[in-house]
Write a protein that binds this ligand. Structure first.
Ligand code: ATP
Ligand code: MTE
Length: 209
């Protein structure tokens, strides 16, 4: 064994977590024009960096609320940058310039409506205006594309949910690792203290000590 090869006993004989490529798209007229500093991408990186044990390569884009630019960014992140997972933030409300769901559907091959449904359930625990949100999710190739709301604080709220509340409300990220398994992506592993990923027993490859 070369000095660079990790000893199998370092991590209980388990392989190290697979690396993952994550695309982040912040959709905001004002942040993309420099009127305010974008908080969308840093908020996404902060939460995902805490939740995932996998080494992450980030590919980021900041775009205005325009269908062609949003769709082009999503397409490039999946087809050229080979992202396994892409998250958007912003542009999902009812205002005329809120067009992220349309731009997402335009590049999706299959829609995954459960993510939007669960996000609205979670967000209703925080704001009555959650019913104004139109977030969706789609699959393109071997990638999952997920819309999140634009308020920076809503990013952690929707990803994490309220798993300890009564009654509990699971965050949407709990279902992401198994979805990525099913579409042929890397095996995502989470820190259960931040987000306990749910997989059926037959799909669990290992549990880290
Ligand atoms: N990228 C961002 N960075 C910081 N704050 C944001 C960002 N996107 C949205 N917000 C905040 O969340 C609110 C709701 O988000 P929404 O996506 O509806 O933005 P908006 O009102 O259409 O504005 P804009 O597209 O010009 O950022 C915004 O009014 C703003 O206060
Ligand atoms: N968790 C959470 N979800 C939320 C909100 C929020 O503050 N927290 N804001 C709502 C509001 S006011 C709107 S209009 C929609 C759409 O937001 P977006 O246009 O910023 O994407 O998300 C909703 N979902």
């Amino acid at each position: 064994m070369s000095p660079d090869t990790p000893s199998p006993s370092c991590n209980g004989g388990l392989p190290p977590p697979a690396s993952v490529r994550i695309g982040l798209v912040s959709v905001s007229d004002r942040a993309s024009a420099g009127v305010y500093t974008d908080q969308g991408i840093p908020s996404l990186q902060a939460w995902l960096g805490k939740a995932l044990l996998n080494p992450i390569t980030w590919v980021t884009r900041l775009v205005p609320d325009e269908v062609p630019q949003i769709s082009a960014a999503l397409q490039a992140l999946v087809d050229e940058e080979a992202c396994d997972l892409v998250l958007t933030t912003g542009g999902t409300g009812p205002a005329p310039r809120d067009v992220t769901p349309e731009a997402t559907r335009a590049v999706g091959e299959r829609e995954m409506p459960g993510f939007g449904e669960q996000m609205r359930q979670i967000s209703l625990r925080f704001v009555p205006t959650a019913i104004l949100s139109r977030q969706t999710a789609v699959i393109r190739g071997k990638a999952l594309i997920l819309n999140l709301p634009g308020q920076p604080k809503s990013i952690a709220e929707t990803l994490e949910g309220l798993p300890a509340a009564t009654p509990p409300c699971p965050g949407i990220f709990a279902a992401v690792p198994y979805c990525i398994d099913l579409i042929g992506g890397p095996y995502l592993e989470t820190d259960a203290a931040v987000c306990k990923a749910f997989r059926p027993k037959t799909a669990i490859r290992w549990t880290r000590p």
